[in-house]
Design a protein around this ligand. Structure first.
Ligand SMILES: [Zn+2]
Length: 112
């Protein structure tokens, strides 16, 4: 049985899981850097979007750059299943990645 890891909170899980139940990010099979597991993770919000699709698109750009992201729905509708598509979403990354993530996003949005 292989273990998988959350790139965001660095928790180890059984490989039957695909997403971290805490952070809702995709789990990876690469263990976090040795010694890093017990460091507290500080989340930083780097961008807000009016719709989920746009947030997902930008999240994908960051993930391709190796930066784990968390999409956090904001405001009303969050609790209702299936209604969260059109509520604002916030994109969060680890504090360590924030600067790089902001630069990548700025570049990405300029290109559009
Ligand atoms: Zn996690």
């Amino acid at each position: 049985m292989n273990a998988v890891y959350c790139p965001f909170c660095r928790t180890e899980y059984q490989s039957t899981l695909t997403h971290c139940p805490n952070c809702r990010v995709r789990l990876v099979d690469v263990p976090p850097a040795a010694g890093a597991r017990f460091q507290p993770v500080e989340e930083v919000a780097i961008a807000r979007f009016s719709a989920r699709l746009e947030a997902e698109m930008c999240g994908q750009v960051l993930e391709e750059a190796g930066i784990p992201v968390v999409l956090v729905p904001l405001g009303p509708g969050v609790a209702g299943f299936g209604t969260s598509l059109w509520v604002p979403h916030e994109l969060r990354v680890r504090a360590d990645d924030a600067q790089r993530a902001r630069a990548i996003l700025a570049e990405f949005r300029k290109e559009k």
